[in-house]
Ligand binder design. Structure first.
Ligand code: BGC
Length: 668
């Protein structure tokens, strides 16, 4: 089976009891095309998913069996059964039923579960900090099941979509496997592994009856001052495209789940100073159309070719116009040139950032090409507004039909119409040992060894002191979008599950007593042979992670425009106390981006960029002790100075880096 947009082959999709054989094909090859019609691909580079890893070609055979077959093919033209169902449903639907499908609203904003039936709602989500209480897999399943059943008591029994930000595992759910964030996965250069991570995540999402994940992030982050740098696989469009294709196919490889690549378009290319509160997130991409097409569009083309059933549109602007209002990008380029047949979802309350009153905002967004609107509340008012807009001709009835057809098509292709009740139920998948093993492998491949004068690997019989609060905190290891929007910090692994680096090292050493912990670096027993210093960023998400200077010594109150403390000022003390011990030192960085370390480099014999590895601290311990070899290569250039930001090999901007894109040593 080709891995996205390859030569024609046969695959099956199941609709009800019927199995359809469909052919698929390359963009522009006629039947089954997923990409642009002939000659209409613009400048966007097509994706080479056979790209090299560590100098060697990636074998398609390395992909997990069956990944993505149905979805890759099913969004093509050869789906007469699906199109027939879509046409029949549309013909039967009232305007209210159609507009209801175009709503995705916070489930917490429902007056009661019956709002789903009353308003024919198409989709729900939990906000970043919302979870049923207590936060357990079974309470999630119960809540989701109750709401999904509401949709089945409507006249046409159109199934409800229930989305969640499963951006590094289904990490809002306590006890789920937390995988490395995307910046680390980009360093693996291993799409087959990324597909496995997505498959495992999909299983943990589907287990709870949830049917959509707001991932993979398909942004090509150019400026590491951006608080979403860690959500982006790389500054390089080729790396991002490969990983996005793999992730989409992994997520959609089994029925019941829609991937949602985001954020269309250019969110990773905005300028510092144009974003929220003078930061960069949600800002303005002041770039040419050619740069937009060559840097930011390719991952979305890859996502379309891989069969993405939905994609999320960015809060950000291009040349001063909100992308949510851009018919050029949404309708002409994404749906037109690239031939995208899934639906476009707005970001959360993003249409409220458009001009005018609520009806005008709705009209602008829908007429630009948005098909489903994600909102915190106000679904009844939105539906009434859109109904009036259709009745007075501001929004054409055909635009509504197109939007709803796209939504129905996606629900049909994902198999949501065929699901048995109750939904989900494979609760044993959540945090399973098989998934944790995949996460551990992902930690092995994503960490990047930046310096090693021979101190690594450590001997398992050496006496080691581990210093720095991040050494014993799964919350810090996991970063934002873990349990809550901004992530959590805690001692140990109580709520999230998994292991800290400290526990992992204690488990691996010949005796656990050989590995001691000194959170501030002040207690180093006399016979200690090596110190491991763990420096970290406090967890953050979105604009709360924007910072003008990604540096551990940037402790000014203005380090983040919204007041979020990313750098708490503890690092310098830990480094100087450990340096005073006069023993070989290893630096382990738990950060969502390259953080400046240039002045501290001489203190350390080895430096490891571990990014935000997630719940499996044992994976890091494996690397430090030599049970796994370092293979990761930087997915983002590393600055020596904040004056050279943005620093990107893609744009050839910023001057010489401290460590260049692609750097990564290995251990013997
Ligand atoms: C973010 C999206 C996210 C959505 C739903 C927004 O604030 O920009 O990436 O998927 O919230 O939580």
């Amino acid at each position: 089976m080709p891995f996205g947009g390859g030569p024609c082959t046969i695959a099956s999709i199941t609709l009800g009891a019927t199995v359809f054989l469909v052919s698929c094909g390359q963009s522009g090859d006629g039947a089954g095309s997923l990409g642009a019609p002939d000659g209409e691909t613009g400048d966007a580079a097509s994706v080479d998913v056979t790209a090299e890893r560590d100098g060697g070609p990636m074998s398609q055979d390395a992909l997990p069996l069956g990944v993505g077959e149905a979805q890759t093919d099913a969004l093509g033209a050869d789906t007469p059964a699906i199109e027939m169902r879509v046409t029949q449903l549309l013909a039967a639907m009232t305007l209210d039923e159609k507009i209801g499908q175009m709503v995705m609203v916070d489930y917490g904003a429902l007056a009661s579960p019956s709002d789903v039936t009353t308003y024919f709602l198409g989709a729900l989500l939990p906000t970043g900090d919302e979870a049923p209480s207590p936060n357990t897999p079974s309470t999630w399943l119960g809540m989701v099941d109750t709401l999904r059943r509401q949709a089945l008591s409507t006249r046409l029994r159109i199934p409800l979509l229930f989305g969640i930000d499963a951006v590094h595992g289904n990490a809002k759910v306590a006890g789920a496997t937390v995988f490395p964030h995307a910046i680390g996965l980009g360093c693996t250069r291993d799409p087959a592994l990324v597909a496995q991570v997505a498959q495992a995540t999909a299983a943990e999402v589907r287990a709870l009856g949830l049917s959509m994940t707001f991932s993979p992030d398909s942004d090509v982050g150019q400026d590491e001052r951006w608080g979403r740098t860690y959500e982006s696989f790389s500054e390089d469009p080729g790396v991002v495209s490969q990983m996005v294709a793999a992730a989409v196919q992994g997520f959609q490889g089994a029925p019941g789940l829609l991937a949602c690549p985001k954020h269309v378009l250019g969110a990773g290319g905005t300028a510092w100073g144009t974003g929220v509160m003078g930061g960069i997130d949600q800002g303005n991409a002041v770039i040419s159309e050619a740069e937009m097409r060559s840097v930011h569009l390719p991952p979305f083309q890859a996502a379309i070719e891989a069969g993405a059933l939905t994609m999320m549109v960015s809060y950000s602007s291009w040349q001063g116009t909100k992308v949510s209002a851009s018919a050029h990008w949404l309708t002409d380029v994404i749906k037109g040139e690239l031939g995208y047949r899934g639906f476009l979802l707005s970001d959360f309350d993003a249409i409220k950032q458009l001009g005018g009153d609520s009806p005008r905002q709705a009209a602008t967004a829908i007429n630009a090409g948005l098909d489903m609107i994600m909102m915190s509340s106000g679904h009844a008012g939105f539906i009434a507004d859109v109904k009036t807009l259709v009745q007075n001709g501001t929004i054409a009835a055909s635009r509504i039909d197109d939007a709803v057809a796209r939504i129905l098509r996606a629900k049909l292709i994902a198999g949501l119409f065929d699901e048995a009740e109750p939904y989900g139920g494979a609760l044993g998948d959540v945090g399973s040992s098989a998934h944790r093993q995949i996460a551990r492998q992902a930690v092995h491949e994503s960490a990047v060894l930046l310096k090693n004068d021979g101190v690594l690997p450590l001997s398992k019989s050496a006496r080691v002191v581990l210093a720095g609060p991040g050494a014993n905190d799964v919350g810090v290891q996991s970063g934002g979008w873990t349990l809550g929007w901004q992530g959590v910090t805690q001692t140990g692994a109580t709520a999230i599950g998994g292991t800290t680096l400290l526990t992992g090292m204690q488990n691996a050493a010949t005796s656990s007593s050989l590995v001691t912990y000194s959170w501030d670096g002040s207690t180093v027993p006399a016979d200690t042979s090596v110190g491991v210093v763990v420096l970290y960023e406090n967890p953050y998400a979105e604009y709360e992670g924007d910072t003008d200077d990604p540096s551990f010594t940037n402790t000014s109150s203005a380090q983040n425009p919204s007041g979020h403390t990313i750098y708490d000022g503890l690092a310098a003390g830990v480094v100087s106390r450990m340096a005073a011990a006069n023993i070989p030192l290893v630096l382990v960085l738990l950060t969502g981006r390259p953080v400046r370390i240039e002045s501290w480099l001489p203190h350390f014999g080895a430096v490891v960029a571990a990014w935000l590895p997630g719940s499996e601290g044992e994976g890091l311990a494996d690397l430090l002790y030599g049970d796994a070899k370092f293979v990761g290569k930087l997915s983002k250039s590393w600055p020596h100075d904040s004056t050279i930001l943005p620093l990107s090999s893609t744009l050839n901007a910023g001057g010489p880096p401290l460590f260049a894109f692609g750097v990564g040593l290995t251990t013997p």
